[in-house]
Design a protein. Structure first.
Lengths: 291, 290
């Protein structure tokens, strides 16, 4: 159990990097009855696999009587798809940069300099999981409309920025968990003190010691955020921005086979992001070393 | 690193500089909009304090929506927690080969995030009227599930779809907790003559209870705030409270802007109550562990 964060609180949603199963775990001894276990496991797999197979098969049905990739060609060549997809990609990248700029210093500071604020920061990062997204979006519409003190929804640029802020709030829990898990495996205090003894300033400590050490954690938080923002619907629809989520809903109401193709694309992207998280963990394993 | 009594202003500033942007952002873009909604719920059209708007939440149309959302969330959270637990426990303590575990957890990470619109499409393509499974059952086995009363666009259909991300989220969160169960506890229980069932009921369950409760509260909120899946799946035929609020914000269909505040406030209250219950139960469940 050495290389795994010792206490994983139940609030942790971060599906982020799973440390490879510790080899030290005791070998299973058959108790529950392997037959029953296989039944549960098998039923679970059937439930998880069928919708994926179903959507893939459906997406191939566009041409009558034979399987083809026509639905994909039709989706990919749709200018609307290209526009909304690239819009959402750009928004995700902006969100990642913004979120990291907010969360990384906060997570570091509460570990190094301000441990008293730690519960407060943790509480705030959990709020977006408790307050429904639609409520936050509604609050934005009322607070930042054209007749408010900060009329952000008045212009397209203002609304884009507001959307990025909204996405950053959605991403808070995931980013904070990812980075905090990364910091947990470091002995931040000792590293800081060692650096100080050697004459390092705060800038050096932050950018040359902490940052490289939590690089994997940053990457996993980033990929997770990317996959969440890309398909987000509520914020984009209520702020009336041409994002990928609303486009998918529109397709669902107006096309037959294209939605399944879109679902396959969206699933592949989510899967790709999770794969990249795993890959990042493997490529930079030193950041996961136990103390 | 604590601040010495005579700490200079500069020192205090250095202590706070990393946290301030975060706190300011959270205040303006998370807390203030929410508080704004809460205050709005107590205001009448003239701007004065009133409870009339909130009272409208108990009118049949909105009350039914709230109740529907609560039931969908309760059932999907309870079933999701139960099934996710069974699958995770089977994989970790059920004698399945160890190599199953890592792929399962990775897949759960993907599936837990595979929600919203694409998930609805996947289920329509599988169990909709022309979906793969529907058609195969009809053509191969002569079973027409729609003639038998099955409908994806229904209460249980919605829950069935929600379970996709609920079960995977449960697996994701409960796996580390299950791995934390020590083999010695089981051996100790068995040498004292406990059966497998007794071990799970009297040893493992109390240990896991805080995690289970926490996950349940999270699954509840997860489902309660969901909207895109329902919107893509059912249009507005299942009027969840989120769908109602969405329509209200989009077009003011209820002809009363303050009612939107009231609905949003009602949703906050429900998730807050769910979390308060969780915190209380969790404190109780953890008491003996200290």
């Amino acid at each position: 159990m050495t290389d795994r964060p010792d206490t994983l609180e139940p609030e942790l949603v971060s599906p982020a990097p799973t440390v490879p199963a510790p080899t030290a775990v005791a070998p299973r001894r058959r108790r529950v009855g392997p037959a029953l276990s296989w039944v549960f496991f098998g039923l679970g797999m059937v439930y998880f696999a069928l919708p994926l197979i179903g959507m893939f098969e459906f997406s191939l049905r566009k041409r009558r009587g034979t399987y083809s990739f026509d639905a994909y060609t039709s989706v990919l060549s749709d200018p609307q798809f290209q526009a909304t997809f690239s819009y959402s990609v750009v928004m995700s990248l902006v969100t990642i940069v913004l979120g990291m700029a907010l969360v990384l210093p906060a997570a570091l500071w509460v570990r190094i300099r301000l441990p008293a604020m730690r519960p407060v920061v943790e509480f705030i990062t959990l709020l977006p999981l408790v307050i429904p997204v639609i409520v936050i979006a509604f609050g934005y519409l009322r607070m930042f409309n054209t007749s408010s003190f900060l009329p952000m929804t008045g212009t397209a640029t203002g609304t884009n920025i507001l959307l990025a802020f909204g996405y950053a709030t959605l991403a808070l829990p995931y980013m904070y968990r990812a980075i905090d898990n990364g910091l947990r495996t470091l002995d931040v205090q000792t590293l800081t003190e060692a650096a100080q003894i050697l004459g390092a300033g705060w800038f050096t400590i932050l950018f040359r010691i902490m940052l490289p050490n939590v690089f994997t954690a940053i990457l996993s938080g980033a990929f997770l955020t990317f996959s969440i923002v890309l398909g987000e619907y509520v914020f984009a629809a209520l702020l009336d921005r041409p994002a990928f989520g609303p486009y998918m809903i529109w397709t669902g109401g107006n096309r037959a086979y294209e939605p399944a193709a879109l679902a396959v694309i969206a699933f592949s992207i989510t899967w790709g992001c999770m794969g990249l998280i795993q890959l990042a963990g493997r490529l930079f394993p030193h950041t996961r070393a136990s103390r | 690193m604590t601040v010495a009594p005579g700490a200079s202003l500069k020192r205090i500033a250095a202590n706070w500089v990393g946290v301030i942007p975060f706190l300011a952002f959270a205040a303006i873009f998370l807390l203030l909009p929410t508080v704004n909604i809460v205050i709005g719920a107590f205001r009448g059209p003239d701007g004065g304090f009133t409870l009339d708007t909130l009272a409208k939440l108990f009118e049949p149309r909105l009350a039914t929506s709230f109740w529907l959302s609560i039931r969908v969330s309760l059932f999907s959270a309870a079933l999701g927690a139960l099934l996710g637990f069974l699958i995770a426990a089977s994989v970790i303590h059920g004698g399945l080969p160890a190599w199953v575990r890592a792929p399962l957890v990775t897949f759960s990470g993907v599936a837990a995030n595979f929600a919203g619109v694409p998930l609805a499409f996947a289920f329509i393509a599988t169990l909709g009227r022309l979906g793969l499974v529907t058609v195969l059952l009809r053509d191969w086995f002569g079973v027409n599930i729609y003639a038998m009363g099955f409908n994806l666009i229904s209460f249980w259909g919605l829950i069935f779809v929600y379970l996709y991300f609920q079960v995977s989220l449960m697996i994701l969160i409960i796996t580390p907790a299950l791995e934390g169960l020590k083999r010695e506890w089981r051996e100790a229980a068995e040498s004292l003559g406990a059966s497998g069932l007794q071990y799970w009921w009297m040893v493992a369950l109390p240990v896991l209870l805080p995690s289970l409760l926490g996950t349940f509260a999270l699954l509840f909120a997860n489902s309660f705030g969901a909207i895109a899946t329902a919107q893509a799946l059912t249009g507005s035929s299942q009027s969840l409270i989120t769908v109602q609020l969405f329509a209200q914000i989009r077009g003011d269909v209820l002809q009363d802007p303050n009612l939107g505040y009231a609905i949003a406030f009602g949703m906050i209250v429900i998730t807050a109550v769910a979390n308060a219950i969780y915190i209380i139960l969790r404190t109780r469940a953890e008491k003996w562990q200290k």
